[in-house]
Design a binder for this molecule. Structure first.
Ligand SMILES: [Zn+2]
Ligand SMILES: [Zn+2]
Length: 180
């Protein structure tokens, strides 16, 4: 909870708040999430406005998950912008879309949760240029950048290629569609 009493409900009065909180459960999407109890570093400005208190700033979160290209582990941090207006609860505005102060207190968690989940990338990569997996053997190309395959041809195909080559001899170079 953030206490806004110092602002005295005077429009224009401001306060900087830096604090660390602990991540709740459920800050995740498919491949990626904020580990429970990891640090949420909040860096906020509280500003009294006519209707209530405007909170702007950032929250830095730890992110863990899986790279969509190479399926390797992913460990990163993300800075998420926050912007939320909290209306005074005695302001007479009953609107479910507007967050409300509880007395002089602000419960930041719902806004932080929404902002963080929205900011999580749907296609996370371990690094922007992750080369992914080799389509032939599935090796991680990041571990083996010069990865190549000698052209391996199944012996049965060699026979078939020979048969096709022999059959092609004596035909025009570009046979048209076959006619019945
Ligand atoms: Zn990757
Ligand atoms: Zn390969």
């Amino acid at each position: 909870m953030l206490d806004t009493r110092e602002l005295g409900r005077r429009p224009g009065s401001q306060r900087q708040v830096s604090r660390t909180e602990w991540a709740p459960t459920g800050l995740t999407i498919d491949m990626l999430g904020v580990p429970e109890d990891s640090e949420l570093a909040l860096d906020l400005r509280l500003e009294a406005v006519m209707e209530g208190v405007l909170v702007t700033g950032t929250v830095r979160v730890q992110v863990e998950g899986q790279c969509v290209r190479c399926l390797g582990g992913l460990d990163d941090s993300l800075v998420v912008d926050l912007l939320e207006l909290y209306a005074y609860d005695d302001h007479g505005v009953e609107d479910d879309d507007v967050s409300q102060l509880e007395g002089d207190l602000i419960d930041l968690q719902p806004a932080v949760r929404d902002a963080v989940v929205l900011a999580l990338p749907f296609n996370p990569t371990c690094r922007p240029d992750c080369p992914g997996l080799c389509p032939s053997c599935g090796a991680r190309l990041a571990d083996d950048p010069g990865h190549t395959h000698a052209e391996e041809v199944d012996p049965r195909w060699v026979v078939l290629h020979q048969m096709v080559a022999e059959a092609d001899q004596g035909k025009p170079a570009h046979p048209g569609p076959e006619k019945e």
